[in-house]
Design a protein around this ligand. Sequence first.
Ligand SMILES: *[C@@H]1O[C@H](CO)[C@@H](O)[C@H](O)[C@H]1NC(C)=O
Ligand SMILES: *[C@@H]1O[C@H](CO)[C@@H](O)[C@H](O)[C@H]1NC(C)=O
Ligand SMILES: *[C@@H]1O[C@H](CO)[C@@H](O)[C@H](O)[C@H]1NC(C)=O
Ligand SMILES: *[C@@H]1O[C@H](CO)[C@@H](O)[C@H](O)[C@H]1NC(C)=O
Length: 374
Amino acid sequence: MGRLQLPPAAKMFYFLLFSSSIFLVCRATVCPCERPELCEQIRDERDFEVVHVYVFDVGGKTWKSYNWSMVTTVAAFGKYDAELMCYAHSKGARLVLKGDVHLPYIVDQDNRTAWITEKVNLAKSQFMDGINVDIEQAVDEGSSEYRALTDLVKGTTEAFHREIPGSQVSFDVAWSPNCIDKRCYDYVAIAESCDLLFVMSYDEQSQIMGDCIAMANAPLSQTLNGYDQFLSLKINPKKLVMGVPWYGYDYPCLNFSQEGVCSLMKVPFRGAPCSDAAGTQKTYKWIMTQVNGSLSGRLWDDKQKAPYFNYKDQEGQIHQVWYDDPQSICPKAEAVKSKGLRGIGMWNGNILDYSDEPVARQQTAVMWNSLLGC
Ligand SMILES: *[C@@H]1O[C@H](CO)[C@@H](O)[C@H](O)[C@H]1NC(C)=O
Ligand SMILES: *[C@@H]1O[C@H](CO)[C@@H](O)[C@H](O)[C@H]1NC(C)=O
Ligand SMILES: *[C@@H]1O[C@H](CO)[C@@H](O)[C@H](O)[C@H]1NC(C)=O
Ligand SMILES: *[C@@H]1O[C@H](CO)[C@@H](O)[C@H](O)[C@H]1NC(C)=O
């Protein structure tokens, strides 16, 4: 307000005018960091020595409050933030692009090559350290998309490693390689073709085949069973990063039994009659503001090793909320160490309460620290 707002085209004109000499000399983007060395991509292998902590960032500025002493990679799923890039580099952490594409489009070899070239050039112009390939589409085993996806990952990794030495290419997979959500990918070849798989050990109720009831987002034994399946395919444990949820599911209960079982509306998903889509995702920050004043307070399910609570909404309907907290994350983080996995990460880094309020500060610090074990 009150400031001269230039339209984007005019801004670009002045940008080109003032930087034209630099453009003519090297045609590269100008480093936006205070110190030019902060634009250099991270090359060292710090993440091989310590537990790799892989953070998804969805935008905003809460990254300023992350515990940077443990962060090794940030996947930028929000819009490009040059300040975040400079800051991550100052902490020795990688910042990687998001890569997603409609699979039918990259079945064509030329389209695949064009996609890879575009991503490598984007990463270079933004001084980024790699890419996280996030394809959550259904694929049939042996289909042309199945082969194209493996080729895409292989080509992307070769191009990034060649053009940006030390860069990191990762690929997101469901909690198990067993065609979860009809994602029948060539997990073995994909793992061999990239630096690491980020295993989304959450949304584990996306396909409920048994009783249609509210359950934990990521029960401990189901989570660990997923890793045993990846490892039984002879995938190197050092290629696996465990993703834990910093969010939960809020389910309106169709019926709430005396034993506290919350039955769900049947929402089918990819061949299953019932799904966690019957609920809505809620952040840990929101959950922490609701749990103490709820009907039940925090409860613990010893079978699933997860916390939950019940509350009544303004219409009088009972809801059940399942989530993860330090007590449920801690044994998962211990499994990362005992199974010799590459590291741990979360969806997503932004959804804790980063305010100065003392209780929130404490809860947020404990959530970060739980990533490193109990
Ligand atoms: C940040 O993480 C380190 C471990 O890497 C831990 O020692 C430190 O206490 C954490 N900081 C806060 C504010 O919790
Ligand atoms: C390749 O990409 C173009 C868009 O640039 C698209 O129209 C076309 O269908 C794609 N080719 C194939 C074979 O998918
Ligand atoms: C709902 O719960 C009550 C109490 O547990 C039970 O008696 C009843 O059979 C349930 N109704 C349905 C439709 O499941
Ligand atoms: C909720 O209750 C717990 C346990 O009594 C307490 O430690 C925490 O500070 C409370 N949270 C808030 C937001 O008041």
